[in-house]
Design a protein around this ligand. Sequence first.
Ligand code: GDP
Ligand code: GDP
Length: 429
Amino acid sequence: MHKVAIVGRPNVGKSSLFNRLIGRREAVVADFPGVTRDVKEHVMLYENHRIVLMDTGGLWSGDEWEQHIRDKAEMAIHDAKCVVFVLDPRDGLNTADYEVAEWLRKIGKPVIVVANKMDSVKHDDVFTAELWALGFDEPVPISAEHARGLDELMRRVLEHLPEDDEDYPEIAPIRISLIGRPNVGKSSLLNAITGSDRVIVSDIPGTTRDSIDIEWNFAGQRFILVDTAGIRKRPDTSIEEFSMMRSESSIANSDIIWLVVNAGEIGDHELKLANMAYDSGKPVVIVVNKWDLVPDAELKRTERMLDEKLAHLHFAPRVYTSALNDYGIHDMLAEAIKLYEKWQRRIPTGELNKWLDVWQIKQATPNFKGKPLKMMYITQAETAPPTFVIFCNKEDFVTRAYENFLQNRIREDLDLAGIPVRIVWKERG
Ligand code: GDP
Ligand code: GDP
């Protein structure tokens, strides 16, 4: 998937533009209690291109354009094929606009200048003239609010994307399981996600289970939520046990797991589900629902509590949602698509061995009575989950800590963020 960054100072209409492009129903996103100030990613389909739109809007803390914002934004832009620079020429350009322009010029990615809030044609010439002075190509007049000029904007974006994309609507559906204790909001989330578009694709009454799968589309991707009815509750099981059994079958039938939790209520049930999810080797998105109920003053503390309690899924992406406000719904879907792609990625052996050589030099390997672990060769034996075989001198020398270290490096260095990875050790005599 190709990435496109959208930048601009606050209030020029970036959120409005995102909402237009990704077809989001969520209202003004910026008004929702912010979590970490970070770059968000949205996924959209345009013609047959699936595009990741990078939203740097959350980084700004007012009108200032500070160093830490620049650093974070610069890292994001590094992966982008081009940058959409949004301005509001009706206000006239201000210092922040010129600073951003200067900074973009230094970074050197292709820049598409957008004049937003050009609600009618008569605005175009008057207001866009000033934008030429920024020194980029011809500005594109748009109105995010009136959906004007968006096709022209996307045409300009596509000029910077490679032609070789697959036809996304043809690819297999992503099978998802939605697990979590009763009452966390699973049905409400499902409603928010599918709205009225949902289709029940199978309803197979059986003696032991009624399986209902629900199918819908998002950004050209088909999704199937598996086993929404699950196993029929037996009279001898408690609600919790029943929920556990249901989750197990649902996980087994899916590619990606949405583990729904309530911020204030992480207990044994959640830990069991998290373990089950982890053991399955399938990617997990942690969905922290009812975020609207967490008071602003508690946001940070709640995040830290989640870090602690779900430590063994520390690598799993977390999204914050409110099924009631349709907040974060897009993020749930976007994360699922991204994880699914990575989960199936195959990394060339050459690249893996170069990676292994580097880390073997940079970081001392564990040793036993002065004899160090030596790794000769690595190869990816399987995808989904990505499974790596490492040939070494002595398997017993490998410590849990070192294996965790390598797993984390693999995720970070080889673009497998968020993915459970497995390592199999083999001795070569
Ligand atoms: P952001 O801070 O850059 O994300 O900006 P927002 O998307 O929150 O928009 C800031 C304000 O500009 C809001 O009041 C929007 O309603 C308004 N706005 C956004 N796009 C347009 C547009 O195309 N035309 C007009 N007239 N107003 C717009
Ligand atoms: P399920 O048992 O996991 O399917 O949970 P439900 O979807 O039936 O939701 C349980 C209760 O929580 C209902 O009363 C919902 O209205 C409420 N609820 C669900 N999501 C949210 C949310 O994001 N915020 C708030 N405040 N309430 C929610």
